[in-house]
Write a protein that binds this ligand. Structure first.
Ligand code: ATP
Length: 473
């Protein structure tokens, strides 16, 4: 018998009590053999080496042992009692194993002339199949491959869980965004005014909501208004409300967004587009915390936290006389600068897979993965529309993809034009360095020395560059 063979006995040994599930220890390889032929089970026990073994002779026994033994790999004979001459019991066992423990690698063992059922089993999710008579040496190779794959998948999952974080629905793997989470956590406890800066689609509104949710006002209302999307003459009454008869068409008294946000947070998006005359009125509200509805005289006290955002360069607006400097200081006690997606290193790929998973869950579509060429295309693209564009592109790619993978051509990325007027020479140099570095690292599988050779620089130079650009390798 193999030295490594350990018969797995229930801990208590008492009938009717199942032992508590125990996860495999580090490096432990747990294999369950499901077969009703004692001769085969015996010979496999002798021949297979390097595993902790468990055996089961029927579907119910296999399912019961699956729970407490938690094998990574199962060999499953398709012909099980009460119908050992058919594959029905085995195929049902396969489906149930995969439903209860989806990560399990099941190797189906079929009788001679039963290839059709074996192929069916693979289409149902079995890892592989093997035809009798059993050659233990070949079977061990297949089992080892299955264990290796399972280990890789687990490692991948662990790495992904370690490198990504979600904060009130904001997903990221970038240190720069994680740092913003920490700021939001601190700022949320206070009523300090927050101005969120960032290009369109970077997640400014998502951050405003996160700030609200993390604050003591979290259970109060979150009211958002886009100051750039509402005509100037309507914006005042949208914000401050109006009394009945205040203007033609004002047939009843209507509360404005500021009042509606009482006890919660008011998010003023595109504050840079607010007309000057309204900026004065907003400033007065921020100083006195009372409003007057349009056409009204009553002063109404409102308790609201103001969070603002803009994609515009507010300093330029102040210089051009389009934005009041005193209002700017009022609304920007703290500024959150959200970097564009192209500067967040691997965030684009992580977010792409995140959106694929979300859409798959929401729409009942199959869960796809990104092919290596798709990942590389996502990294190279400059994402002028940031996360919103990525979200849309993923939605479309999921519909277009044929197999189990989204390929680069499903993404239809093309070359995105750079935003005119937004790139300084420094930005352009950084973007080029980032792209070249990412390409070299992709080409060399992350090997710094080889990447340095490709780029014609020394290893310390490439190391410094990675640090400087805050990239993950
Ligand atoms: N880190 C993220 N994780 C998950 N979803 C995100 C993330 N960032 C942005 N999104 C999604 O991207 C879309 C755009 O985000 P959002 O509206 O917050 O951006 P914005 O900067 O306010 O855009 P705009 O300036 O155009 O108003 C939304 O659907 C949002 O849910």
């Amino acid at each position: 018998m193999s030295e490594d063979y350990v018969e797995h006995l229930p801990a208590s040994g008492a009938k009717g009590t199942s032992p508590a599930p125990r996860k495999p220890q580090d490096g432990e390889r747990r294999l369950m053999i499901v077969d009703d032929d004692p001769g085969i089970v015996r010979s496999l026990k002798w021949a297979l080496e390097g595993y902790t073994l468990e055996t089961a002779g029927s579907r119910p026994e296999a399912l019961q042992k699956l729970e407490h033994f938690q094998p990574q790999v199962v060999t499953l004979d398709l012909g099980l009692p009460p119908h050992p001459d058919e594959a029905t019991e085995g195929l049902t066992a396969l489906s149930e194993i995969l439903r209860l423990a989806p990560g399990t690698k099941v190797i189906v063992v079929s009788g001679n002339n039963d290839r059709q059922n074996a192929v069916k089993a693979v289409s149902l999710g079995a890892y592989d199949f093997y035809e009798k008579p059993i050659d233990a040496e070949v079977l061990q190779l297949i089992i080892d491959r299955a264990f290796n794959l399972r280990q890789l998948e687990e490692e991948n999952k662990r790495l992904q869980a370690e490198s990504t974080g979600v904060f009130h629905g904001i997903m990221t793997a970038a240190d720069s965004i994680e740092a913003l989470f920490r700021t939001v956590e601190k700022v949320a406890k206070t009523d300090i005014s927050v101005l969120i800066l960032g290009e369109s689609g970077t997640g400014k509104e998502l951050f405003a909501k996160a700030l609200h949710k993390a604050s003591p006002r979290g259970s109060g209302p979150f009211v958002a208004i886009n100051c750039g999307a509402i005509p100037e003459n309507l914006l005042e009454s949208e914000l401050f409300g109006h009394e009945k008869g205040a203007f033609t068409g004002a047939v009843r008294t209507v509360k404005g967004k500021i009042e509606n946000a009482n006890g919660g947070t008011l998010f003023l998006d595109e504050i840079g587009d607010m007309p000057l005359q309204l900026q004065v009125k907003l400033l007065r509200f921020l100083q006195e915390r009372v409003i007057e509805r349009v056409g009204g005289r009553e002063q109404i006290a409102v308790d609201v936290r103001i969070v603002t955002a803009t994609h515009r360069q507010i300093r330029d607006l102040i210089e051009a006389g389009d934005f009041r400097e005193d209002l700017y200081y009022r609304i920007s006690e703290i500024t959150l600068d959200i970097p564009p997606l192209r500067e967040r290193d691997d965030d684009a790929v992580v977010l792409a897979q995140y959106f694929i998973d979300v859409f798959a869950r929401e729409s009942g579509l199959r869960r796809l993965t990104l092919s290596p060429d798709a990942q590389s295309a996502i990294r190279k693209y400059s994402w002028p529309g940031n996360v919103r564009e990525l979200e849309n592109k993923m939605k479309r790619a999921m519909v277009l993809a044929d197999g189990d993978m989204i390929t680069a051509s499903d993404l239809q990325l093309g070359v995105a034009p750079q935003k005119p007027g937004r790139m300084t020479l420094k930005d352009a140099r950084e973007a080029a360095e980032r792209a070249a570095l990412r390409d070299a690292l992709d080409a060399t599988d992350g090997n710094l020395s080889q990447a340095a050779k490709l780029l014609g620089v020394s290893r310390p130079t490439i190391y410094n560059l990675i640090k400087q650009l805050d990239m993950k390798v």
